[in-house]
Design a protein around this ligand. Structure first.
Ligand code: IVH
Length: 685
């Protein structure tokens, strides 16, 4: 067999196994055997680069991360669906359809409603050429690179008609993949996704397709649009069209069912309200569609919805359980929020022992009391909420109303609430709960980025009294940290283990490294109200140093682009608080950097506008990201590769081929010191 034939054979075989695995969830070979096929193909393609085609399975991830997504026009608007929340509303839908068509028993196809994000796939002559998000329904974002890494989606269709087809479907994460993504985010101290839909949408928005590939998104398709192909390219009934899509290798959810008339349809809906728990992905209802395309055309659409389809929503998953206690949590800003501690109860496939109660007013309004039986509900989010107390089950006699505690449960200082607000606050900045949370925030990835300082360690450091504020972190010694014990909960059992020398060394190295973080990170890390990452960067750029910021009047703060009056006042009041100033001095004494490389002291410094920089090698005094921020902060651009348009190449140690290229094109070369001279002003504190 010649290489071209072998390559063709391998590609067909790989696609077959991708389909068995990702579309049919019924693999025929082991993962290792699949990997072997891929390796053989990769090797052959390396030896015969002329035989590589864009639709080869080796080409799912290609190229570098993109800068952003382009806006694209949909072939026809991506409509949304009207909802039916109960049987009565579904009967009303059926009646509208029958009246509109003057037909008695309508044939419907009931599909599962996949809880993900909609996608439009364009195939031209059977090849995937584009994947786009829904956007506003008319225009979406071109996410082709991310779609190509979803292995359930074929790059080439088998036996599809020629011409252009637009196939619509849903991209989603299985429950297991969702939990894995959130677990990983927790470990990295990133905020978790509230539900699989948000997780899938967040993933599709990532600019690096290799990263998307790691999340293992799945997909199901459910509609096909004939953009420019034979009118009979797809069968006239929806049920047959789904079968055609599946026969071309597309992932079609296998539980779609043909129902004749409303009674059969309702029976099917009742069935699935329970059966949905057996699925390995989330579904919040069924999509009911008229089967006959001709009838669909006759019914048409409103501006928002097709008249030939509706979403039957399953009732929200509810359960009743005993409300053992109402506790109050205190966050890093001091906000005290009540939550319910419940007798553990099964709800929608998981065991629930806590639920949100929002705020004091909400509890008063619903009159929820500790000791009550309560109705809890799981909507689209991971954390359920308390809907109402079951008043009939409330024992007679003394059963007091719940009142908000007057003191903080962690430090016993009086809780405060301005008249016009709903949130009570603990104003004591040394409150252990606040310190613990602010420590976690201080160390988080986007703040000082101290890897390894998570919830449990923060807890340990605060309860042992080793750390009373985040500046104490910088005085920690390896031996002290090594002796700490960490308690983790694994499968219901508590596991206690010593932190150990190795982890302690790593942690102290991370803490040490964080001393060099840019002022913008520090300003975000110290937790000033209303100051997010963007605000912190704007302040760092506007003032360049903590010293310049410390006594800046509100008016000066407000002149910084992107800093409004609310942020300006919050910064001022934070810096006017003597305890905060002491804390900043303590950080400075510990050697924490108080200046910014994103300096832009004179307001909008555009001194590098129109200049394009390329960075190569390792810089000694700043990371590449910091250097890039410094350039962009002054209006310059950073490019990935050297071309005749490059204004400067900045070289660190171990510079690579970019240096030769720059020399050959006579692009000016800057050493690190020369670069710093170009960007730095007097930023000393
Ligand atoms: S058909 C014009 N079928 O639900 C009809 N949509 O709430 C187009 N969805 O935007 C949609 N599963 O993203 C259809 N089996 C299914 C679906 C489904 C999930 C999504 C879709 C749509 C949203 C409307």
């Amino acid at each position: 067999m010649n290489p071209a034939e072998r390559i063709a054979r391998l590609r067909a075989e790989i696609r077959h196994h991708e389909e068995r695995y990702y579309v049919l969830a019924d693999p025929e070979i082991a993962d290792a055997e699949f990997d072997q096929l891929m390796h053989e193909l990769e090797r052959l393609e390396i030896d015969h680069p002329d035989l590589v085609t864009p639709d080869s399975p080796t080409q799912r991830v290609a190229g570098r991360p993109v800068e952003g997504f382009e806006t694209v026009q949909h072939a026809a608007p991506m409509l949304s669906l009207d909802n039916a929340y109960n049987e009565e509303e579904l009967r009303a839908f059926d009646e509208r359809v029958r009246n509109g068509l003057a037909v008695d028993d309508i044939v419907y196809i009931a599909e599962l409603k996949i809880d993900g994000l909609s996608i439009a796939l364009t195939y031209e002559d059977g090849r995937l050429v584009r994947g786009a998000t829904r956007g506003d329904g008319f225009q979406g974002e071109d996410v082709t690179a991310n779609v190509r890494v979803i292995r359930a989606i074929p790059l080439v269709l088998a036996g599809a008609p020629s011409g252009r087809l637009e196939i619509r479907g849903e991209i989603f994460l299985s429950r297991v993949a969702f939990e894995r993504v959130n677990r990983e985010r927790e470990e990295r101290e990133e905020p978790v996704f509230a539900n699989p839909r948000n997780a899938a949408a967040g993933t599709m928005r990532m600019l690096d397709a290799a990263e998307v590939a790691r999340r293992r998104l799945r997909a199901f398709v459910y509609e096909v649009l004939l953009v420019s192909t034979r009118p009979d390219a797809v069968p006239a009934s929806h049920g047959d069209a789904l079968a055609a899509l599946a026969s071309w290798g597309l992932p079609v959810e296998p539980n779609a069912k043909r129902c004749v008339g409303i009674e059969e349809l309702l029976g099917h809906c009742r069935d699935w309200a329970e059966r949905r728990r057996t699925l390995d992905f989330d579904t919040d209802g069924l999509v009911i569609k008229v089967d006959d395309r001709g009838l669909r055309d006759r019914l048409g659409s409103t501006a928002k919805f097709p008249r030939w389809a509706t979403a039957f929503k399953f009732p929200a998953e509810q359960a009743t359980t005993l409300l053992k206690e109402i506790r109050v949590n205190v966050g890093r800003t001091g906000a005290a929020t009540p939550y319910a501690v419940l007798e553990p109860v099964r709800l929608g496939g998981t065991t629930i022992s806590m639920a949100t109660l929002h705020n004091e007013q909400d509890i008063q309004r619903k009159d929820v009391r500790p000791g009550d039986w309560v109705l809890i509900e799981k909507g689209g989010d991971v954390i359920p909420k308390v809907v109402k107390p079951i008043v009939d089950r409330r024992p007679a006699g003394e059963f007091p109303k719940w009142t908000m505690p007057t003191v903080c449960p962690f430090c016993e200082s009086a809780l405060q609430k301005p008249e016009e607000e709903v949130v009570w606050r603990c104003e004591n900045i040394s409150c252990p709960a606040r310190v613990r949370r602010s420590l976690e925030h201080f160390a988080s990835r986007r703040a000082m980025n101290i890897e390894g300082l998570g919830e449990s360690l923060a807890d340990q450091l605060v309860t042992t009294g080793l750390v009373k504020d985040y500046a104490d972190l910088y005085a920690l010694r390896i031996e002290t940290v090594a002796a700490l014990t960490a308690t983790t909960l694994r499968e219901g059992k508590e596991l206690v283990r010593k932190f150990g020398e190795k982890s302690a060394t790593k942690l102290t190295e991370q803490i040490d490294r964080s001393r060099k973080a840019d002022l913008s990170r520090l300003l975000y890390a110290v937790g000033i109200r209303h100051v997010g990452e963007g605000g912190a960067q704007a302040l760092a750029r506007g003032f360049g140093s903590m010293r310049a910021l410390l006594d800046a009047p509100v008016e000066a703060l407000e002149t910084v682009p992107d800093v409004g009056p609310v942020v300006a006042r919050a910064v001022r009041s934070f810096l006017d608080e003597p305890r905060n100033r002491e804390l900043i001095e303590k950080l400075q004494r510990a050697g924490v950097n108080m200046t910014s490389a994103v300096v832009d002291v004179a307001g909008a410094d555009r001194s590098l506008a129109g200049k394009t920089f390329v960075l190569t090698g390792t810089l000694a005094s700043m990371s590449r990201d910091e250097a890039a921020e410094a350039i962009k902060g002054r209006g310059g651009k950073v490019a990935g590769s050297v071309s005749a348009k490059t204004s400067y190449l900045v070289v660190g140690t171990d510079a690579g081929s970019k240096l030769e290229k720059a020399r050959s094109l006579s692009v000016p070369i800057l050493t690190e010191d020369e670069f710093k001279a170009l960007i730095m002003k007097d930023v000393g504190i």
